[in-house]
Ligand binder design. Structure first.
Ligand SMILES: Cc1ncc(COP(=O)(O)O)c(C=O)c1O
Length: 406
């Protein structure tokens, strides 16, 4: 008997653990969704890491502060939760107090806990047609069934939700959850319009489902006016929202959270069996917020991403012409690019890989397959020079592959 026969069924499904190493070094790496390393506040984080240890002593290296007790083990450091709750109150007008916040190891752990806490086998989870694959995978690992709604220039087409719910009911199934990224949706970069936000929140009340609002990119706006979050529009306790320092500050902090009514957060806490998040890092981030460093940092990073977005869009227009279509993003650090049919995309993609140009193929985000060809260009962590050069190279390949196909 081989070890493979012992594997749980779920471990034999899903994406490959590792993708093959590229044949050539990734010179133009637009693949992973990474924040800009030049913006990482290294000096402040170094100083605060010391400051926290000096001030609190070795107790910050324990599982939790015994004076606070198990609440800190399960929900995380109360000080950081209080600051996150206060920022949410100021910016979104909803006050949940520290009790309505659970800290998680990146928001992605929060998503895993939310799926575990809400989805039973056979439950239907509705998401945007192209979405964050980890969230969808966690839903299916719970035995949930993912159904999708298309996305247009105003985000998820919520007008189609009633019809989809009716169809699911007719099949004898239940819509338990809508998972959505309403602001700077991954991968399309769209923003859900305000009427649709309201319609979705109303539908949750009417049909009794929970909304997971993934807001990890909401603070990375460099143009346009902020839109009200789903959390801010809800008065029924059916919206819980995740956030993270990964995209705002640095991903290796692995510090995310969920916020909402305690009752709605509780299932996540119940499913947590991992002895909590890093208490030291939680205190560092609490001090980072306390010293008023977060907002100026965000203002700086938004400027960087706005500038990089302009460089990427200019290069796409100049070098890829009408062989690509894209929306100019108003925030975050991705451009979702549709490749025109005239391009022999299989050949072009293979050529791009040989020249060291990497991006995330659209299929990796698909809740449903689509005949159109998309790619997500992630440029947050890429230097301005490499953005311009890489897109110019991609443009040359597109032109060559059109001529060959003609
Ligand atoms: C939409 C979305 N949600 C959540 C995450 C998870 O980020 P983290 O676990 O680092 O907070 C990502 C990361 O790419 C993302 O794109």
């Amino acid at each position: 008997m081989s070890i493979e026969t012992l594997r749980a069924k779920a471990s034999n499904t899903g994406p490959a653990l590792f993708f093959p190493d590229p044949e050539v070094p990734a010179i133009y790496n637009f693949d992973q969704g990474l924040a800009a390393p030049e913006t990482y506040p290294v000096a402040d984080l170094t100083r605060l890491a010391r400051q926290v240890l000096n001030a609190a002593g070795p107790s910050v290296l324990d599982y939790f502060d015994p004076d606070v007790g198990y609440e800190e083990l399960i929900f995380g450091y109360r000080g950081l939760r209080a600051r996150i709750a206060e920022r949410t109150r100021q910016m979104q007008g909803r006050d949940f107090g520290h009790a309505g916040v659970i800290l998680t190891s990146g928001s992605v752990q929060g998503l895993a806990l939310a799926m575990a806490g809400y989805v039973d086998p056979g439950d239907v989870v509705i998401a945007e047609a192209s979405s964050f694959p980890y969230a969808l995978r966690y839903a299916t690992m719970q035995g949930g069934e993912v159904r999708t709604l298309t996305v247009d220039d105003n985000g998820m087409v919520v007008e189609d939700l009633e019809g989809l719910i009716a169809q699911v009911k007719a099949e004898g199934k239940r819509v338990k959850m809508v998972y959505t990224i309403p602001t700077f949706q991954t991968p399309t970069g769209t923003e859900m319009s305000v009427p649709r936000r309201k319609m979705l929140v109303e539908a949750a009340k009417k049909h009794d489902f929970i909304i997971i609002e993934d807001a990890v990119y909401s603070d990375l706006r460099f143009s346009g006016e902020p839109l009200p979050s789903l959390l801010s529009l809800d008065d029924s306790g059916r919206v819980i929202q995740c956030g993270s320092f990964s995209k705002m500050v640095a991903p290796a902090l692995r510090m995310g959270w969920f916020i909402g009514d305690l009752k709605a957060i509780e299932p996540l806490a119940v499913m947590r069996q991992d002895l909590g998040v890093a208490q030291w890092i939680a205190r560092v981030m609490a001090d980072f917020m306390d010293e008023g460093l977060l907002e100026p940092h965000l203002a700086r990073v938004c400027q960087v991403y706005g500038h990089k977005a302009n460089i990427a869009a200019k290069a796409l227009r100049e070098h890829c012409g009408d062989f690509v279509r894209f929306r100019m993003p108003q925030g975050s650090f991705y451009i979702w690019v549709e490749i025109d049919d005239r391009v022999d995309w299989d050949t072009a993609a293979a050529r791009a890989a040989k020249e060291g140009i990497f991006f995330r193929p659209g299929e990796r985000f698909a809740g449903v397959q689509d005949d159109r060809k998309f790619l997500r260009l992630s440029y947050g962590h890429v230097s301005e020079k490499i953005i311009a050069e890489g897109i110019a190279r991609l443009g040359a390949i597109l032109h060559e592959c059109v001529r060959k196909a003609a």
